[in-house]
Design a protein around this ligand. Structure first.
Ligand code: SAM
Length: 223
């Protein structure tokens, strides 16, 4: 079953920025710019949009309005709605069964959401389905760093500091223990690229902050 983000919606932004030392904003910005680079007013979909920060960066990077935001959590989308100044559409729906016809979007993005899908392949297939031929998909996701010397620091931070912060600041240790577990389980690098290529996509990867975050930009073939 998918983790219920309604439980942490209220504190999500604050903790996210704190735990990444504000780098999450920069990562989304870089991902959104890479996604829309060279495109004129692309029609964009933010999958697992949460509180809408990627949708906002897509808009700043030139997306056409409205940017469409889809998420399972009504509370996360309520927060997005309350803080956004751009014209956006908010839809409570499952990414594994998107409520759109085929090939309607120029760009589809997903920031820190895909790791939470119950059926990763189904979610990816849906994102590709709604993408126009020649369209782009961008996935931003946390991962463990490749560099072995960084691993002990990374492990202490994610296994001890993050759950502690989660308990102190959001009164929810469980959610912030789930975070490093789900990062560890999620395919990264070559494995993730192979998964995306098996869907017929052309894939490029960028590592951000020593690979603690990875950005995959995929292009759908012109059929
Ligand atoms: C870690 S938050 C990321 C939110 C936002 N994209 C960001 O950049 O901060 C993960 C989000 O994925 C959503 N989510 C998880 N599984 C989903 C699914 N199957 N369909 C739609 N949204 C989903 C959760 O409700 C949550 O809002």
């Amino acid at each position: 079953m998918a983790y219920d983000f309604d439980k942490i919606a209220e504190n999500y932004d604050r903790l996210n920025h704190l735990m990444t030392f504000g780098m999450d904003r920069r990562w989304r910005r870089r991902g959104a710019k890479w996604l829309t680079k060279g495109l004129w007013r692309p029609k964009c979909l933010d999958v697992a949009a949460g509180t809408g920060d990627l949708a906002f960066e897509m808009y700043c990077a030139g997306a056409d309005e409205p940017v469409v935001c889809v998420d399972l959590s009504e509370k996360m989308l309520d927060i997005a709605r309350s803080k956004m100044s751009l014209e956006a559409e908010y839809i409570v729906a499952d990414a594994e069964s998107l409520p759109f016809g085929d090939e309607g979007f120029d760009c589809v993005g997903c920031a820190f959401g895909i790791r939470n899908f119950v059926h990763l392949e189904q979610g990816l297939a849906e994102m590709v389905r709604v993408l126009k031929p020649g369209g782009r998909m961008m996935i931003l996701e946390m991962s463990t760093p490749d560099d072995k010397t960084l691993r002990p620091f990374y492990n202490i931070y994610t296994r001890l500091v993050i759950p502690w912060l989660g308990e102190r600041l959001a009164n929810n240790r469980e959610a912030y223990t789930y975070l490093p577990d789900s990062i560890e389980r999620f395919p990264k690098g070559k494995k993730m690229i192979a998964k995306l290529e098996s869907l017929g996509l052309k894939v490029r990867q960028r590592k951000l902050f020593f690979g603690v975050c990875r950005c995959y930009r995929c292009t759908k073939p012109q059929s």
